[in-house]
Design a protein around this ligand. Structure first.
Ligand SMILES: [Zn+2]
Length: 489
């Protein structure tokens, strides 16, 4: 019996090894053919220029529109495949007039930006992907990571798909067409609100540059909509490129605490009025002490930030559950903490335009980086509003008003506390760093819209709490806003 069982296992092992090595051999041949077709070995560096558009992820005007568009007036990227390293220098311009959606619109004039990635052991995988998803780098990575090859038909077209596992444990798939060209590279990355998010680059219109083939059209998408749409105008294979780490701050993106960051021991807070507390240390939130529970206005940024806000609110208002979290609008920087509030048992209060969208988003898989909601599997509950909604316990009153007609977001909501004369707003007025900064040449239509609603609703505002709180932590007054829109002194 034991001999039989042993031989059975041995047979299975041999079979697995044979099929494994056959698949690996196929993959090696596919990589070799594709590498030869586009000149991987000959290409140590490349510099290419393009024009087109970029789009800001998670900043759509409403749940059914794509990410908002900006013009890439110029775009030059240098890649060193040996380090590997990448440097993008670009000039962006406002893409939609009138402005539509978020992403710090309107961009006034030319906006130069640059991004440098030098891959080392601590470079986040998402940044590395910007390099590894490029056709020549993908084929190098496919070799290093022992890619496997399978056949797949997509929309009637047959591809050989090279696959390997990325550092975040998601598959990285490269679609090789019948001309041995890398037509598409796809993978999944974690984003706080969407969870496992499809990230892909689509390459077409390859042109030959002395034996190196390069795509003249590059479209990159994230979460189902483009984030880049570039037409390449010039390619310099093996250009002399020098990519150095930028001075000062590293390449890490700005914003709140990283998704995996440990919550800080304490965050700065301020008592705005009896039972009304401002929570700083990231995007601002406000906690209000209702008789039997806590209402938090805004659950932004990430799970790490939401945990900070929840902990701060419970410390300021002990012994009460957080029953409601008010969402100003669906932009991901303002809603990526909502999942953590739902896991905490809170009902999401949002404009009705968001409810079907949020129900869909809350159900998305978060397998790459499971969060509290993925673990507790709570079903989200919602209370929606159209033009106005009032939350009250008889003592505290929170009026929620829809900023109808705002180009920033279809369901943009502000909170007004009539007794305390406090207005909490997001992205309608993002105050400048300095209170006496020169007024803008053109008033943002988003700010003008806020002013119109304050007038129309006759809101008696003494203090404005911008969710994007000014860095000097000053009190933002209505006088500051009226000056900014050109009505004050
Ligand atoms: Zn926004």
């Amino acid at each position: 019996m034991s001999t039989l069982r042993f031989s059975g296992i041995a047979c299975a092992t041999v079979f697995a090894l044979v099929s494994g090595s056959a698949a690996a051999q196929d993959a090696a041949a596919v990589i070799a053919d594709a590498s030869k077709a586009i000149g991987v070995e000959a290409l140590n560096t490349v510099e290419y220029s393009a024009t087109g558009f970029d789009f800001v992820f998670g900043q759509a005007y409403n749940p059914s529109s794509p990410w908002p568009k900006f013009i890439e007036k110029s775009y030059t990227r240098a890649i060193d495949f040996r380090t590997p390293a990448s440097k993008v220098d670009r000039v962006r311009m406002q893409g939609e007039n009138p402005p539509h959606g978020g992403g710090q619109q309107p961009v006034i004039g030319d906006q130069p930006q640059s991004q440098t990635i030098i891959v080392n052991a601590s470079t986040p995988w998402v940044q590395q992907l910007e390099i590894w998803m490029m056709p020549h780098a993908f084929l190098r990575a496919a070799t290093t990571n022992h890619a496997t090859a399978t056949s797949r038909t997509v929309a009637g077209k047959r591809y050989t798909v090279l696959s390997f596992k990325g550092q975040n444990n998601a598959q990285v798939n490269g679609y090789i067409n019948d001309q041995h060209l890398v037509e598409r590279v796809e993978t999944w990355i974690d984003t706080a609100y969407l969870g496992d998010t499809l990230f892909e680059s689509i390459y077409s219109n390859y042109k030959d540059f002395g034996g190196v083939k390069f795509p003249m059209k590059i479209v990159q998408t994230e979460g189902g909509y483009p984030i880049f749409d570039l037409v390449v105008s010039d390619v310099k294979p093996n250009a002399a490129v020098t990519i150095q780490a930028p001075q000062g701050r590293g390449g890490a993106p700005a914003g709140g605490p990283a998704a995996g960051a440990a919550p800080a021991a304490g965050v700065p807070t301020e008592k705005l009025a009896e039972g009304v507390y401002l929570i700083l240390g990231g995007y601002a939130s406000v906690a209000v002490d209702f008789r039997d529970y806590i209402v938090v206005i805004e659950g932004p940024q990430s799970e790490a930030r939401a945990i900070q806000i929840i902990d701060a609110a419970k410390k300021l208002i002990p012994g009460k559950p957080i029953r409601y979290v008010v969402n100003t609008h669906h932009h991901f920087d303002h809603s990526s903490g909502l999942r953590t509030f739902v896991a905490e048992g809170a009902t999401v209060v949002t404009h009705e335009v968001n409810k079907p969208y949020f129900e869909k988003l809350f159900a998305l898989p978060h397998t790459l980086v499971p969060d509290r909601l993925a673990e507790t599997r709570k079903t989200p509950t919602f209370e929606t509003m159209t033009e106005k909604k009032v939350l009250t316990d008889g003592t505290h009153v929170i009026e929620l008003h829809h900023l109808r007609g705002s180009g920033h977001n279809e369901g943009l909501v502000v909170a007004y506390l009539p007794k305390e004369k406090i207005l909490i707003e997001a992205d309608a007025y993002n105050p400048p760093a300095q209170p006496n900064a020169p007024r803008p040449a053109t008033v943002s239509p988003y700010t003008a819209n806020l002013m119109e609603h304050i007038d129309r609703l006759k809101l008696d505002v003494q203090r404005i709490i911008p969710i994007h709180y000014p860095a000097d932590n000053r009190n933002v007054t209505l006088a500051e806003l009226t000056r900014w829109v050109g009505r004050g002194n």
